[in-house]
Write a protein that binds this ligand. Sequence first.
Ligand code: SPD
Length: 284
Amino acid sequence: MSLGKGWFTEVYEQGGSAFSLKIKGKVHEYQSRFQKIEVYETETYGYLMVIDGCTMVSTRENFFYHEMIAHPVLFTHPRPRRVLIIGGGDCGTLREVLKHPGVELAQQVDIDEGVTRAAEQYFPELCASNNDPRAELYFEDGIKWAAEADAGFYDIIIVDGTDPVGPGEGLFNEAFYRSCVRALGKDGLLVQQTESPLYHMKLLNDVRLAMKSAGFTGVHTLTFPQPIYPSGWWTATIATRSGAITGGREQDILKKPFETVYYNLDMHRAALAQPEFMKRELKG
Ligand code: SPD
């Protein structure tokens, strides 16, 4: 059976697989200087943002990604106050970061203003904290931003980029991680979306080794469901400026003063657990 008109399909050629959503129609299309941004209204997933043909966020399930890229790392750092988000233009990660009352400053640096403008229109719930006095939004090159940041300024850097092609490519290499090591304080942590554990083991290992070579002392890859991305399963890799990554601040997770849909202490522990093939194959 072939799906055509009335469906959005992202084909993942290397995996020999595809993901489709039934759509009512395309409601937004914008070719920015960097990439093509589209938004579809779907039958059952609300709105769907697509960049250069790849699914980014849907109304129905973005909580998996945004909660899991933000809360595990924020609940691992002993006292996160200054957070830098590189990418993240749909503002969903920013909203999760600002749920933490101890955060004093959250800067979001995305190269493409077009992503944020589309999110404001079709995903206003993700942009709900954009006017929080602790939030600063910049539309600049995150690689340059990290390279020019004051040494030791940030507690946490979250790299919420696209796949490692196009504008996102430079966020996956040692030179970028070196800038991040410099920009982080002594307990500093970086977390980055690192693609699918089923399809992208080489990339995962390249990233982990590059993080170590750049000066991070420990790396840990966590996994979580991601229904709209290739394979339906995704990773984020946390890197630490000093020591190793152990569990989170468990008492604080239990008492978290905000609502989540997916994240809790059990999910934090589950995300840190490593399946056998990852124990065998992960390097770094
Ligand atoms: N295959 C798509 C990977 C995109 C990861 N970033 C998504 C942005 C959500 N804030």
